[in-house]
Design a protein around this ligand. Structure first.
Ligand code: HEC
Length: 149
């Protein structure tokens, strides 16, 4: 009887421990969101919707920072170091073009950003994940054209 009670208690403790363990999204989960934001950034910038484009740059930066915080290493690869090495500058350049309302500069900086994504993928042994300019809207339930062009 005593043993049975002990087992029940132990069982509850095990369930509680599992429930309390926080879910940590993997790097790939963050990358899915990154991919959508990257596409939204393109359409926002192409439509000269500068506030939305600036917002997507911030979201990209925050999302990638969170990715590195939750996954400091990925299969032995130092994620934060690679982020700083590849993404920080190209993302800042996109931000500058947006601030300057420079459409050509935006497109060039966007391509350098995509190349930076791919540079990190190659270094991380995931060169088969190849990022480019999107050709279709990532979603159809959001407006990318600005209210006042
Ligand atoms: C720190 C280096 C690094 C940078 C910078 C980086 N990635 Fe990734 N990315 C990875 C790794 C590593 C994986 C594989 C993750 C996994 O398998 O869990 C990945 C996976 C992906 C995937 C596949 C996700 C899936 O579920 O199919 C996409 C899409 C992606 N990245 C997009 C991007 C985009 C867009 C950028 C640039 C804005 C970017 N990545 C920047 C390292 C990086």
């Amino acid at each position: 009887m005593k043993l049975r009670l002990l087992l029940v208690v132990a069982g509850f403790a095990a369930v509680a421990a599992t429930a309390e363990e926080p879910f940590v999204p993997g790097l790939g989960d963050f990358m899915g969101a990154t991919q959508v934001r990257h596409a939204k950034l393109w359409f926002a910038g192409s439509e000269r919707n500068w506030p939305l484009a600036a917002y997507e740059v911030d979201e990209l930066r925050e999302g990638l920072d969170d990715a590195a915080r939750q996954n400091p290493t990925f299969k032995g690869i130092p994620v934060q170091t690679l982020l700083s090495q590849y993404i920080t500058q190209p993302l800042a350049d996109v931000g500058k073009a947006i601030e300057a309302h420079d459409e050509d500069g935006f497109q060039q900086a966007f391509d350098r950003l995509s190349a930076a994504c791919n540079g990190c993928h190659q270094t991380a042994g995931h060169g088969f994940i190849s990022i480019k300019r999107p050709t279709a809207l990532p979603v159809t339930n959001q407006r990318f054209t600005p209210d006042t062009p």
